[in-house]
Write a protein that binds this ligand. Structure first.
Ligand code: NAD
Length: 438
């Protein structure tokens, strides 16, 4: 049993704290947001993440998980303190370290015995050093700073945390290495590695991994756009390519761009880190540019379909979250499409199984929010699919046709087989595949 504190209870912090409690540790989660803490103390989790509610409730009841707004009270007994704080993009694209360094300075003032301070947030190379310096401003006790980037995926966060493919730990301290090794042992019993390295390499590993994945998606988006020009089918190309084990089947699905709280900001931050060293990450510059265009790639196509005029058209939108199984809408392509459609004078009726509350906070009553996916279709002139939620994959096409004023689907996630939709007599335009039902 280890005593752990987790500062920041967002997607990463809450999952980290809950999963460490689930493996028998004593965990205190600390968050500055008093309302959020209040809700959690009442047993409610502030985010949607499959499986998290059950584990959270169990560990809260068992007393292994405590929650507070008080940093001093939260960390005083802990041997390991995780920083799971936001690192949003600053104005110049670099990661904003003010949350992390602010908390680090505060920790320096209040620690009274040895602690391992762990950067779990995604942070640029050199941050561990900055955290150490921030703590050292006031601390008189011994401590270590470790970089332990998190690789969980929203929507599979608990699963990923409990069974990580690898754990990366960056530290030059033997004492911290031993503590971190013991802590993660229950999570790697199937033999997946805990990879120890220096702090800087650990920090860069996370950015390099996310940037590579963003690049992989973007590459396929470009291939898809080219497929449309030459009449090739991106699905076939994807399957043909992906069966080469050097390439792999995953992350080859084209669509309307990557979004979320990680890829966009991490690619941008790595490019900025490069610039700071007079290094030009050319490949990532292109990735960012291409993704920017890809998010609204269906907009000119929709406009073209409606003979240049989207004004007054009623568009049903399925999916608002940046990907399925999450309520996270940060940098969601759906929002870029909606913004473009509203500017063109279209009316939007949208549905998402989990993300509607978050969208309401951002878009207010500029769009209509529906109870389910079929309600959006009432008198719609077109359906736009932005997120590949499972429930959208197998619609009742007859009901869809009955409800819609005009039978057209623009699919940003290639959910349907083109032939199936063609048989329904519906106009269907997706990404990198032939347009059917013309
Ligand atoms: P988040 O915005 O969901 O959560 C951050 C939490 O920190 C919030 O609850 C906020 O109230 C709290 N907070 C802010 N300032 C605080 C302070 N001074 N003291 C205590 N709490 C404070 O962020 P997230 O998505 O969990 O991401 C955290 C970090 O992890 C980021 O660096 C992110 O890049 C990285 N990361 C995120 C994911 C993901 O899928 N979301 C995956 C891997 C890594």
């Amino acid at each position: 049993m280890k005593k752990i504190a987790v500062v920041g209870t967002g997607y990463v912090g809450l999952v980290t704290g809950t999963c460490f409690a689930e493996t028998g540790n004593q965990v205190t989660c600390i968050d500055i947001d008093a309302q959020k803490v209040e809700r959690m103390l009442n047993g409610e989790i502030p985010i949607y993440e499959p499986q998290l509610d059950t584990l959270f409730e169990r560990n809260l009841k068992a007393g292994r998980l405590k929650i507070t707004t008080d940093l001093k009270e939260g960390i005083q007994d802990a041997e390991i303190v995780f920083l799971a704080l936001p690192t949003p993009p600053g104005e110049d694209g670099s990661a904003d370290l003010s949350y992390i360094l602010g908390v680090a300075e505060h920790i320096g003032k209040i620690i009274e015995d040895y602690k391992v301070i762990v950067d779990k947030s995604t942070v640029p190379v050199g941050t561990a050093e900055k955290v150490r310096a921030a703590i050292l401003k006031s601390s008189k006790v011994d401590f270590d700073v470790v970089s332990n980037p998190e690789f969980l995926r929203e929507g599979f966060a608990v699963e990923d945390f409990m069974k990580p493919e690898r754990v990366v730990v960056g530290t030059s301290s033997e004492k911290a290495k031993k503590i971190m090794g013991e802590l993660y042992q229950p999570f790697v019993r199937q033999g997946n590695p805990i990879i120890f390295m220096d702090e800087k390499s650990a920090e860069l590993t996370k950015y390099a991994a996310n940037s590579f994945l963003a690049m992989k998606i973007t590459f396929m988006n470009e291939v898809a756009n080219f497929c449309e020009l030459v009449g090739a089918d991106v699905d076939m190309v994807r399957i043909g390519m992906g069966s080469d084990s050097r390439i792999g089947k995953r992350f080859l699905f084209p669509g309307i761009g990557y979004g979320g709280s990680c890829f966009p900001k991490d690619v941008q931050a790595l490019v900025k880190s490069g610039k700071d060293e007079n290094f030009n990450f050319q490949i990532l510059e292109s990735v960012m540019q291409i993704n920017e265009t890809q998010k609204t790639v269906l907009l000119p196509k929709m406009k073209n379909y409606f003979k240049g005029n989207l004004s007054g058209k009623k568009i049903a939108v399925w999916g608002l979250a940046f990907k399925p199984n999450t309520d996270d809408i940060r940098e969601a392509p759906a929002l870029y499409m909606i913004d473009g459609l509203l500017k063109e004078g279209a009316q939007i009726a949208a549905y998402d199984p989990e993300a509607m509350e978050n969208v309401k906070k951002q878009l207010g009553d500029t769009i209509t929010y529906c109870e389910n996916e079929y309600e959006t279709l009432q008198n719609a002139d077109a359906l736009l699919i932005c997120t590949e939620w499972g429930i959208f994959r197998n619609p009742d096409f007859n009901r869809l046709k009955e409800l819609m004023n005009n039978h057209a689907i623009f699919d940003g996630r290639n959910l349907f087989d083109t032939e199936t939709v063609a048989k329904q007599g519906i106009y269907y335009q997706s990404i990198g595949r032939e347009i059917v039902g013309k």
